[in-house]
Design a binder for this molecule. Structure first.
Ligand SMILES: Nc1nc2c(ncn2[C@@H]2O[C@H](COP(=O)(O)OP(=O)(O)O)[C@@H](O)[C@H]2O)c(=O)[nH]1
Ligand SMILES: Nc1ncnc2c1ncn2[C@@H]1O[C@H](COP(=O)(O)OP(=O)(O)O)[C@@H](O)[C@H]1O
Length: 231
């Protein structure tokens, strides 16, 4: 399913060549593999990317800010948002509820802004069903299971029991790696970050996202419909 057709969209004819539709960059990984680290670097370096701030019922961790990292809400408020269809997708993870608020997502994409989603495989599947053409799914793997545990311990935000539970879940989460178009191993942060940047750069150049291409090519060759000159 595509939510936007550059051939027929009324704004396409006057769009400049540089105009493009934003992409929905999804980063998933087992807890502790480094997706928050990579996401923060992307957001700091690239003002075309905005974070989709999820709502969650899990308690705030030290260093997290309400409204920036998550909207921390009660279960009652979360359930009400579900009833009001305020989420694009939502799921239960580690016994807590997490959801992506719908607000502003489509308008931002139309403006050519990319949106970064730090969501799990359940949310990724739901986004894929709703907006397959817009979604760029990236899965981050840890270099080893031992290193994953070390990172969870070094983050020092969870109790030993919670870390054990996250490790138990890691194998199940990793089993969804093949649902993702891109898979990156986070051994070295800088290398992993560079690889994700390369994915974004290539995805931004996809024909379907460059909404100004049709009038541009028409101006170049006069016709975009002939099979041999079709783009
Ligand atoms: N489906 C879904 N998953 C989410 C959402 N927000 C966060 N998650 C996922 O929930 C899981 C737990 O997140 P968190 O408690 O922040 O711990 P983390 O694994 O250390 O990032 C991670 O896999 C997140 O990607 C959301 O809005 N929807
Ligand atoms: N490539 C890496 N090498 C060593 N430590 C890392 C690397 N990437 C992330 N970390 C550390 O591992 C811990 C977990 O990373 P985080 O980004 O919070 O993971 P996630 O969001 O996937 O749960 C953090 O303390 C982070 O600083």
């Amino acid at each position: 399913m595509t939510l936007f057709d550059p051939e027929t969209d009324a704004t396409a004819a006057s769009a400049p060549i540089m105009h493009r539709r934003g992409l929905m960059l999804v980063i998933s990984s087992p807890s502790g593999a480094g997706k928050t680290t990579i996401a923060r670097k992307l957001l700091a370096a690239d003002d075309q990317i905005a974070l989709s701030v999820s709502a969650t019922t899990r308690p705030r961790r030290p260093g997290e800010t309400d409204g920036r990292d998550y909207h921390f809400v009660s279960q009652t408020d979360f359930d009400q948002m579900v009833e009001e269809h305020a989420f694009l997708e939502w799921a239960k993870v580690f016994g807590h509820s997490y959801g992506t608020p719908k607000a502003q997502i489509w308008s931002r994409l139309k403006e050519g802004r990319d949106i970064l989603f730090d969501i799990d495989w359940q949310g990724t599947q739901q986004l894929h069903q709703r907006a397959e053409a817009d979604v760029v799914p990236v899965f981050i793997l840890p270099p080893s299971i031992d290193e994953l545990r070390r990172r969870l311990q070094s983050r020092a935000t969870d109790s030993a029991d919670t870390i054990d539970a996250r490790m138990d879940r890691a194998r199940a989460e990793i089993s969804h790696w093949h649902d993702y178009d891109y898979v990156v191993v986070n051994d070295d942060v800088e290398r992993c970050y560079d690889e994700v940047r390369q994915i974004i750069a290539a995805e931004r150049l996809r024909r379907a996202r460059q909404t100004g291409l049709v009038p541009f090519v028409r101006a170049l060759v006069g016709d975009t419909t002939h099979p041999r000159s079709s783009i």
